[in-house]
Design a protein around this ligand. Structure first.
Ligand SMILES: Nc1ncnc2c1ncn2[C@@H]1O[C@H](COP(=O)(O)OP(=O)(O)OP(=O)(O)O)[C@@H](O)[C@H]1O
Ligand SMILES: [Mg+2]
Length: 244
Protein backbone atom coordinates (compact mmCIF):
# COMPACT_ATOMS: atom_id res chain seq x y z
CA UNK A 1 0.00 0.00 0.00
CA UNK A 2 1.36 3.40 -0.88
CA UNK A 3 1.99 5.86 1.94
CA UNK A 4 -0.86 8.33 2.39
CA UNK A 5 0.10 11.96 2.17
CA UNK A 6 -0.61 14.04 5.25
CA UNK A 7 -2.39 17.28 4.31
CA UNK A 8 -3.27 18.74 7.70
CA UNK A 9 -1.91 17.84 11.08
CA UNK A 10 -3.28 19.36 14.27
CA UNK A 11 -1.27 18.95 17.48
CA UNK A 12 -2.45 19.86 20.95
CA UNK A 13 -4.87 22.50 19.74
CA UNK A 14 -6.47 24.54 22.49
CA UNK A 15 -8.62 27.61 22.17
CA UNK A 16 -10.18 29.68 24.92
CA UNK A 17 -12.33 32.77 24.64
CA UNK A 18 -11.66 34.41 28.00
CA UNK A 19 -12.61 31.80 30.60
CA UNK A 20 -14.51 29.71 28.09
CA UNK A 21 -12.25 26.77 27.16
CA UNK A 22 -13.67 25.79 23.81
CA UNK A 23 -11.01 23.46 22.39
CA UNK A 24 -9.24 21.30 24.94
CA UNK A 25 -6.41 19.49 23.22
CA UNK A 26 -7.28 18.36 19.73
CA UNK A 27 -4.95 16.01 17.86
CA UNK A 28 -6.04 15.24 14.35
CA UNK A 29 -4.56 14.18 11.02
CA UNK A 30 -6.21 14.68 7.65
CA UNK A 31 -4.80 12.61 4.80
CA UNK A 32 -4.99 13.26 1.09
CA UNK A 33 -8.36 12.25 -0.35
CA UNK A 34 -10.10 11.86 3.01
CA UNK A 35 -13.62 13.16 3.51
CA UNK A 36 -13.97 13.76 7.21
CA UNK A 37 -17.34 14.69 8.64
CA UNK A 38 -17.19 16.49 11.98
CA UNK A 39 -20.19 15.95 14.22
CA UNK A 40 -21.00 17.07 17.73
CA UNK A 41 -23.53 18.97 19.81
CA UNK A 42 -24.08 22.69 19.42
CA UNK A 43 -21.35 24.65 21.17
CA UNK A 44 -18.91 21.72 21.25
CA UNK A 45 -16.33 23.67 19.23
CA UNK A 46 -16.76 22.37 15.68
CA UNK A 47 -16.72 25.78 14.00
CA UNK A 48 -13.88 26.97 16.22
CA UNK A 49 -11.89 23.89 15.23
CA UNK A 50 -12.30 24.59 11.49
CA UNK A 51 -11.70 28.31 11.99
CA UNK A 52 -8.44 27.65 13.85
CA UNK A 53 -7.19 25.55 10.92
CA UNK A 54 -7.20 28.50 8.56
CA UNK A 55 -6.59 30.94 11.38
CA UNK A 56 -9.83 32.83 11.35
CA UNK A 57 -9.30 32.21 15.06
CA UNK A 58 -5.87 32.33 16.61
CA UNK A 59 -5.19 29.11 18.53
CA UNK A 60 -4.41 29.62 22.23
CA UNK A 61 -2.04 26.63 22.18
CA UNK A 62 -0.89 23.95 19.79
CA UNK A 63 0.39 23.66 16.26
CA UNK A 64 -1.28 23.15 12.90
CA UNK A 65 0.67 22.01 9.88
CA UNK A 66 -0.27 22.04 6.22
CA UNK A 67 1.82 19.29 4.65
CA UNK A 68 5.26 20.08 6.15
CA UNK A 69 4.62 23.73 6.87
CA UNK A 70 3.72 25.08 10.29
CA UNK A 71 0.86 27.52 9.72
CA UNK A 72 1.59 30.88 11.31
CA UNK A 73 0.61 34.51 10.96
CA UNK A 74 3.25 35.10 8.29
CA UNK A 75 2.31 32.38 5.85
CA UNK A 76 -1.43 32.35 6.43
CA UNK A 77 -2.31 34.07 3.13
CA UNK A 78 -0.39 31.43 1.24
CA UNK A 79 -1.93 28.67 3.36
CA UNK A 80 -5.45 29.95 2.66
CA UNK A 81 -4.76 29.41 -1.03
CA UNK A 82 -4.30 25.72 -0.22
CA UNK A 83 -7.02 25.42 2.42
CA UNK A 84 -10.34 26.84 1.22
CA UNK A 85 -13.37 27.41 3.40
CA UNK A 86 -17.12 27.55 2.81
CA UNK A 87 -19.31 29.09 5.50
CA UNK A 88 -22.90 28.72 6.63
CA UNK A 89 -23.70 32.29 5.61
CA UNK A 90 -21.79 32.23 2.30
CA UNK A 91 -19.67 35.34 3.06
CA UNK A 92 -19.92 36.71 -0.46
CA UNK A 93 -18.99 40.37 -0.81
CA UNK A 94 -22.30 42.15 -1.32
CA UNK A 95 -21.07 45.18 -3.25
CA UNK A 96 -19.22 43.06 -5.81
CA UNK A 97 -20.83 41.15 -8.65
CA UNK A 98 -20.75 37.37 -8.77
CA UNK A 99 -17.91 37.54 -11.30
CA UNK A 100 -15.96 39.98 -9.12
CA UNK A 101 -16.48 37.77 -6.08
CA UNK A 102 -15.05 34.85 -8.02
CA UNK A 103 -12.03 36.59 -9.52
CA UNK A 104 -10.99 38.97 -6.71
CA UNK A 105 -8.76 36.70 -4.62
CA UNK A 106 -7.18 34.63 -7.42
CA UNK A 107 -6.16 37.79 -9.28
CA UNK A 108 -5.04 39.70 -6.18
CA UNK A 109 -2.95 36.76 -5.00
CA UNK A 110 -1.50 36.23 -8.52
CA UNK A 111 -2.92 32.77 -8.88
CA UNK A 112 -4.30 33.73 -12.30
CA UNK A 113 -4.28 36.72 -14.61
CA UNK A 114 -7.56 38.64 -14.83
CA UNK A 115 -8.41 36.97 -18.15
CA UNK A 116 -7.60 33.50 -16.93
CA UNK A 117 -9.61 34.02 -13.75
CA UNK A 118 -12.61 35.26 -15.68
CA UNK A 119 -12.50 32.34 -18.09
CA UNK A 120 -12.24 29.89 -15.21
CA UNK A 121 -15.09 31.61 -13.35
CA UNK A 122 -17.32 31.44 -16.43
CA UNK A 123 -16.61 27.78 -16.85
CA UNK A 124 -17.49 27.06 -13.22
CA UNK A 125 -20.60 29.27 -13.36
CA UNK A 126 -21.71 27.47 -16.47
CA UNK A 127 -21.18 24.17 -14.74
CA UNK A 128 -23.52 25.14 -11.89
CA UNK A 129 -26.05 26.68 -14.28
CA UNK A 130 -25.49 30.27 -13.15
CA UNK A 131 -23.50 31.81 -15.99
CA UNK A 132 -26.38 34.23 -16.51
CA UNK A 133 -25.73 35.61 -13.02
CA UNK A 134 -22.12 36.65 -13.65
CA UNK A 135 -22.96 40.36 -13.48
CA UNK A 136 -25.61 40.07 -10.78
CA UNK A 137 -25.02 41.10 -7.18
CA UNK A 138 -25.27 38.51 -4.41
CA UNK A 139 -28.42 40.13 -2.98
CA UNK A 140 -30.34 39.12 -6.11
CA UNK A 141 -29.49 35.41 -5.68
CA UNK A 142 -31.35 32.82 -3.65
CA UNK A 143 -29.58 31.26 -0.68
CA UNK A 144 -28.85 28.10 -2.62
CA UNK A 145 -27.43 30.09 -5.54
CA UNK A 146 -25.27 32.14 -3.17
CA UNK A 147 -23.89 29.02 -1.57
CA UNK A 148 -23.12 27.39 -4.90
CA UNK A 149 -21.28 30.56 -5.93
CA UNK A 150 -19.42 30.50 -2.60
CA UNK A 151 -18.36 26.91 -3.29
CA UNK A 152 -17.04 27.67 -6.75
CA UNK A 153 -15.33 30.76 -5.33
CA UNK A 154 -13.40 28.43 -3.04
CA UNK A 155 -12.65 26.14 -6.02
CA UNK A 156 -11.26 29.07 -8.05
CA UNK A 157 -8.06 28.88 -5.95
CA UNK A 158 -7.68 25.16 -6.68
CA UNK A 159 -7.12 24.42 -2.99
CA UNK A 160 -5.74 21.10 -1.76
CA UNK A 161 -8.22 21.01 1.11
CA UNK A 162 -11.72 22.38 1.45
CA UNK A 163 -13.39 23.04 4.82
CA UNK A 164 -17.18 23.32 4.97
CA UNK A 165 -18.91 24.68 8.08
CA UNK A 166 -22.60 23.78 7.95
CA UNK A 167 -22.92 24.74 4.29
CA UNK A 168 -26.65 23.99 4.13
CA UNK A 169 -27.87 25.12 7.55
CA UNK A 170 -29.05 28.52 6.37
CA UNK A 171 -30.89 27.20 3.30
CA UNK A 172 -34.50 26.43 2.54
CA UNK A 173 -35.22 22.71 2.07
CA UNK A 174 -35.44 23.03 -1.70
CA UNK A 175 -31.97 24.56 -2.08
CA UNK A 176 -30.33 22.08 0.26
CA UNK A 177 -30.41 19.32 -2.35
CA UNK A 178 -28.71 21.47 -5.00
CA UNK A 179 -25.91 22.47 -2.65
CA UNK A 180 -25.42 18.94 -1.35
CA UNK A 181 -25.16 17.58 -4.87
CA UNK A 182 -22.51 20.15 -5.76
CA UNK A 183 -20.53 19.25 -2.62
CA UNK A 184 -20.99 15.60 -3.46
CA UNK A 185 -19.55 16.18 -6.89
CA UNK A 186 -16.59 18.13 -5.49
CA UNK A 187 -15.67 15.45 -2.97
CA UNK A 188 -16.20 12.63 -5.47
CA UNK A 189 -13.75 14.50 -7.68
CA UNK A 190 -11.12 13.75 -5.03
CA UNK A 191 -11.05 16.94 -2.97
CA UNK A 192 -9.70 16.40 0.54
CA UNK A 193 -12.49 17.66 2.74
CA UNK A 194 -13.61 18.38 6.28
CA UNK A 195 -17.26 19.11 6.68
CA UNK A 196 -19.39 20.07 9.65
CA UNK A 197 -22.97 19.21 8.88
CA UNK A 198 -26.22 18.23 10.52
CA UNK A 199 -27.33 16.35 7.39
CA UNK A 200 -26.86 12.85 8.74
CA UNK A 201 -27.78 10.94 5.58
CA UNK A 202 -25.37 13.03 3.58
CA UNK A 203 -22.67 12.58 6.25
CA UNK A 204 -23.07 8.85 6.10
CA UNK A 205 -23.00 8.83 2.34
CA UNK A 206 -19.89 10.92 1.75
CA UNK A 207 -17.71 10.46 4.83
CA UNK A 208 -14.65 8.29 4.72
CA UNK A 209 -14.31 9.03 8.44
CA UNK A 210 -16.53 10.57 11.07
CA UNK A 211 -15.09 12.54 13.99
CA UNK A 212 -17.22 13.39 17.00
CA UNK A 213 -16.38 16.41 19.14
CA UNK A 214 -17.74 16.95 22.61
CA UNK A 215 -16.66 19.82 24.87
CA UNK A 216 -13.70 20.64 22.67
CA UNK A 217 -12.27 17.13 22.48
CA UNK A 218 -12.49 14.40 19.86
CA UNK A 219 -14.15 11.64 21.86
CA UNK A 220 -14.86 9.15 19.11
CA UNK A 221 -14.06 8.53 15.47
CA UNK A 222 -14.55 5.81 12.93
CA UNK A 223 -15.87 4.88 9.55
CA UNK A 224 -19.49 5.92 8.98
CA UNK A 225 -20.73 2.34 9.31
CA UNK A 226 -18.88 1.84 12.63
CA UNK A 227 -19.90 5.23 13.90
CA UNK A 228 -23.57 5.16 12.99
CA UNK A 229 -24.31 1.49 13.65
CA UNK A 230 -21.91 0.64 16.48
CA UNK A 231 -21.15 3.82 18.41
CA UNK A 232 -18.68 3.13 21.21
CA UNK A 233 -19.38 5.82 23.76
CA UNK A 234 -22.65 6.57 25.60
CA UNK A 235 -22.31 10.22 24.53
CA UNK A 236 -22.39 9.31 20.83
CA UNK A 237 -25.22 6.81 21.36
CA UNK A 238 -27.26 9.53 23.04
CA UNK A 239 -26.45 12.01 20.25
CA UNK A 240 -27.43 9.57 17.52
CA UNK A 241 -30.69 8.70 19.25
CA UNK A 242 -31.61 12.37 19.09
CA UNK A 243 -30.57 13.10 15.53
CA UNK A 244 -31.36 9.93 13.59
N1 LIG B 1 -15.49 34.66 18.50
C1 LIG B 1 -15.92 34.14 19.66
N2 LIG B 1 -15.86 34.84 20.80
C2 LIG B 1 -16.28 34.32 21.98
N3 LIG B 1 -16.78 33.08 22.11
C3 LIG B 1 -16.86 32.33 20.99
C4 LIG B 1 -16.45 32.81 19.72
N4 LIG B 1 -16.65 31.83 18.80
C5 LIG B 1 -17.18 30.81 19.47
N5 LIG B 1 -17.32 31.09 20.79
C6 LIG B 1 -17.83 30.17 21.83
O1 LIG B 1 -17.19 28.93 21.65
C7 LIG B 1 -18.08 27.85 21.92
C8 LIG B 1 -18.06 26.89 20.76
O2 LIG B 1 -18.60 27.54 19.62
P1 LIG B 1 -18.57 26.91 18.17
O3 LIG B 1 -19.21 27.91 17.30
O4 LIG B 1 -17.20 26.46 17.84
O5 LIG B 1 -19.51 25.63 18.39
P2 LIG B 1 -20.15 24.66 17.30
O6 LIG B 1 -19.82 23.27 17.73
O7 LIG B 1 -19.75 25.09 15.95
O8 LIG B 1 -21.71 24.88 17.53
P3 LIG B 1 -22.95 24.91 16.46
O9 LIG B 1 -23.28 23.47 16.17
O10 LIG B 1 -24.04 25.57 17.22
O11 LIG B 1 -22.49 25.67 15.25
C9 LIG B 1 -19.41 28.47 22.25
O12 LIG B 1 -19.52 28.52 23.65
C10 LIG B 1 -19.30 29.85 21.66
O13 LIG B 1 -20.08 30.76 22.37
MG1 LIG C 1 -20.74 25.86 14.31
Amino acid sequence: MSERKLEISVRGLRKAFGDNKVLNGINFDLFDGEKVVVLGPSGSGKSTFLRCINRLEEPSEGEIFFEDTLIDDKNIQEMRMEIGMVFQHFNLINNLTVMENLTLAPVKLHKFSADEAEAKARKLLKHIGLVGKADAFPASLSGGQKQRVAIIRALMMEPKVLLFDEPTSALDPESIGDVLSLIHEVVEGGMTTMIVTHEMNFAREIASRVVFIDKGRIIEEGTPSQFFTHPKTPRVKEFLEKVL
